[in-house]
Design a protein around this ligand. Structure first.
Ligand SMILES: [Zn+2]
Length: 404
């Protein structure tokens, strides 16, 4: 992303080695595709059963599986009820620790099966292992395949919004680009939009050494991968959210396909998406949106972004989300406007062209006010942390659970 000219016309938005291909993906995918240990199998069965009971009871948020709480759904069909009581009794008296999915969202709207920051961090490292992921690059192509598979396995409807905007600044060839659109409950007409950019800057052009700025590999662990990693992990929790809104994750291409700061334009993907939404309106409407950018800094401090906190249609959303963080005790969400100036990011086209109320959640002090890791080779997985991703993810998960 970039900031306004008042900071010397700078743009804003930065790696290391990654090492975790051998992640355990056994928990991904739909129920039928799991490779389960006996313990996991019982947990899943317990979860699934309780989920069915909760659904049939229209009890969106029971706290714990007491028989009293479940009595309502059981009275309609006595024969089935007896079976359910037996099944529930067996399942919930077994000595296993995990709680059922349906009980995750309590009356205080705090999910108990928490967003897993460590798994999100493993995803971040996995993305960085692909190397640079600028628009049209082999790294981007590999990333697209990885993400398409990931979200499809979790049960989402996944599609690419393809576009071609201009020639490659260096080769003169057209560059194929694509926003990745991941839909949950695609039938819902009222939807919430969560987004991030998934391209990386071509070069670490803020390196002090000009040669390193040209030849170094920009991994974009924070500036690129962090928002994507949060959404990858959040995908595991969507089916447990009690919201009646549909949910879209959109990953924007070409947020910063920028070779020449003075002439190359930012936000090509989000601008394309916003124009399509405006000019060829879909049957659904977005009631709110959140952009996640640079949310993985190990030294996390997220101030409110100036545009987001001052636009009349997004101000309430900023308040909601920072209040959620406060209730959760996530102090890294600092409830006041920060950063020297308003930040230009993908939320601008979404707000100004598509008229979607979208806020930007961004930590633009990487690692501190000097922002010295930004757009340098220092933007590596080692500068990010599972703890930070976990905090941002938990806030998003809890906020989504409150949207009903
Ligand atoms: Zn950037």
């Amino acid at each position: 992303m970039s900031i306004l000219a008042s900071v010397g016309g700078l743009k804003i938005g930065n790696p290391g080695a990654a090492d975790s291909r051998n992640q355990d993906h056994s928990q991904q995918g739909k129920l039928g595709k799991f490779r389960l240990s006996p313990l996991s199998a019982l947990t899943v069965l317990r979860t699934y059963t309780y989920g069915m009971l909760c659904k049939s009871a229209s009890l969106a948020t029971p706290t714990l599986p007491t028989m009293a709480a479940m009595s309502y759904p059981l009275i309609k069909n006595p024969r089935r009820s007896v079976l359910r009581i037996l099944l529930v009794t067996v399942l919930f008296t077994a000595p296993l620790a995990p709680r059922p999915v349906c009980a995750e969202v309590t009356s205080s709207e705090t999910p108990t099966q928490r967003f897993d920051g460590q798994r999100a961090y493993e995803y971040l490292k996995q993305l960085c292992q692909l190397g640079n992921r600028m628009s049209g690059s082999p790294g981007m192509l590999q990333q697209q395949q990885l993400l398409e598979k990931h979200f499809a396995q979790l049960g989402a409807a996944v599609g690419f919004q393809q576009f071609q905007i201009r020639q490659h600044p260096l080769t003169g060839q057209p560059v194929p680009m694509a926003n990745l659109v991941i839909q949950w409950h695609p039938e819902s007409a009222e939807r919430i939009l969560l987004c991030a950019h998934y391209d990386t800057r071509p070069y670490p052009d803020r390196e002090a050494d000009p040669r390193r700025a040209r030849e170094g590999v920009f991994l974009g662990a924070n500036d690129g991968a962090s928002g994507v990693a949060v959404l990858m992990e959040l995908g595991h929790h969507v089916r447990d959210l009690p919201t009646h809104y549909g949910l879209d994750f959109v990953l924007f291409d070409a947020e910063e396909f920028v070779f020449e700061e003075r002439s190359d334009r930012y936000f090509l993907g989000s601008e394309w998406f916003a124009r399509q939404y405006r000019d060829d309106p879909p049957s659904h409407r977005y009631i709110a949106g959140v952009l996640l950018d640079m949310v993985g800094d190990a030294r996390l401090s997220i101030y409110q972004e100036r545009h987001s906190a001052t636009w009349s249609d997004t101000r309430p959303l900023v308040k909601e989300i920072w209040s959620t963080a406060k209730e959760l005790g996530v102090k890294e969400f600092i409830p006041r406007i920060g950063y020297p100036t308003a930040i230009r990011d993908d939320h601008l086209p979404l707000h100004n062209i598509a008229k979607i109320p979208v806020i930007d959640i961004i930590d633009f002090e990487y690692p501190d006010r000097s922002n010295r890791y930004w757009h340098t080779t220092a933007d590596a997985p080692g500068r990010c942390s599972a703890d930070s991703l976990g905090k941002v993810g938990l806030v998003m998960q809890t906020w989504l659970a409150s949207k009903r």
